[in-house]
Design a protein around this ligand. Structure first.
Ligand SMILES: Cc1cc2nc3c(=O)[nH]c(=O)nc-3n(C[C@H](O)[C@H](O)[C@H](O)COP(=O)(O)OP(=O)(O)OC[C@H]3O[C@@H](n4cnc5c(N)ncnc54)[C@H](O)[C@@H]3O)c2cc1C
Length: 308
């Protein structure tokens, strides 16, 4: 299979603002390269011989599966994004991008904040100390949303009053909430973009930044790099990484008989087959992660109380 150019898709996507959250967006500014650029770079390394042995799609899939990174660095994408400051703080940790951000020293801060509707407030997760749990009741959500509206309005008023009183913009901004939107140009190569998307669309990432990652991936990357995107789904996003300890658990489970009439092993079997280093631990994140993988493989029942 040979690859078609994405120049038409680039023209269609450029400057189209894909909405995210209440007032955020992602927008493709420019793109250099396509699936063919990845293949072209790889063939320099591997020579013409690869043309006989693998077609273009197969080669991209091989490269991604085997973590050959540099061919994917040959393509670059530039975005304009509008994102609340708390998401941006996470986003900017990805050091392999080039960034120019709206300056609230030069200009008045963007008059927009991320709002949360009554049904969107989440509880603190019990297991994952960084994450969210379930939705909060709607009547509490109503109250939280009303308070948020009041607070955001007050914070903006205070900011504007400071500016009017002659306070420097760089100082007046200090009490603006993290929900305030910022805008930035963000340029990154395809390899590091896929790395960003893998981390930030994962279920462990915060819902708000996941919304951005999913929009970039599904609305833009999928259309510009269909073959690389398909391989990324197959070999990264929907793949399963088994550690040496996980393999040991599976090997020990395989020699135990499954309970009769059951297509899965039991929680008891799992605990008996667990890695010896987890045994003394009342709580083990690694054990929980291993259990979740076995549930995904259909080896343990999804209803296992600890897997919740
Ligand atoms: C779910 C989640 C939770 C997180 N929680 C926290 C947290 O609690 N606290 C916190 O501080 N951070 C946290 N982070 C941020 C995380 O630790 C990384 O800083 C962030 O995801 C960027 O990843 P990266 O360094 O791989 O990406 P990039 O900065 O884009 O780098 C890509 C790759 O380039 C290489 N690289 C880049 N720069 C260097 C360098 N200077 N030296 C060597 N190699 C380099 C590395 O191989 C790196 O993986 C979290 C991230 C996620 C996804």
């Amino acid at each position: 299979m040979s690859l078609s150019s994405n120049s038409q898709a680039i023209e269609q996507l450029k400057w189209q603002k894909f909405p995210v959250l209440n007032d955020g967006f992602v927008c493709l500014v420019d793109c250099m390269g396509d699936d063919a650029a990845v293949v072209q770079a790889a063939r320099v390394s591997y020579g013409e011989g690869t043309r006989q042995r693998s077609d273009d799609r197969t080669l991209i899939r091989y490269l991604l599966r085997h973590r050959h990174t540099t061919p994917f660095e040959m393509a670059e994408l530039k975005f304009l994004i509008r994102v609340p400051m708390d998401c941006w703080r996470q986003w900017i940790r990805h050091r392999t991008a080039s960034v120019n951000e709206y300056s609230t020293r030069y200009s008045v801060a963007i008059d927009s904040m991320q709002t949360t509707s009554p049904g969107e407030w989440r509880t603190q997760a019990v297991q994952n100390r960084q994450g969210s749990g379930i939705e909060l009741p709607i009547d509490l959500g109503d109250k939280l949303t009303a308070e948020e509206h009041h607070f955001q309005h007050q914070a903006r008023q205070l900011y504007l009053q400071r500016l009017e009183a002659g306070v420097a913009r760089e100082q007046a901004r200090k009490d603006l909430p993290l929900s305030t939107y910022t805008e930035a140009y963000w340029k990154i190569d395809l390899h590091n973009l896929l790395h960003f998307l893998a981390l930030r669309s994962d279920e462990h990432a915060q819902a708000e930044i996941r919304a951005y990652a999913q929009t970039i991936g599904e609305q833009i990357v999928a259309k510009l790099f269909p073959v690389a995107w398909e391989a990324f789904g197959d070999y990264r996003v929907r793949s399963l990484n088994l550690t040496a300890l996980d393999v040991g658990v599976i090997q020990r489970l395989m020699v135990r008989l499954r309970p009769s009439q059951s297509s899965t092993w039991s929680e008891e079997d799992f605990l008996a087959a667990q890695d010896p280093s987890w045994l003394p631990l009342p709580r083990s994140r690694e054990r929980d992660e291993c259990r979740a993988k076995l549930v995904r493989l259909g080896m343990l029942p999804a209803e296992s109380p600890e897997a919740q």
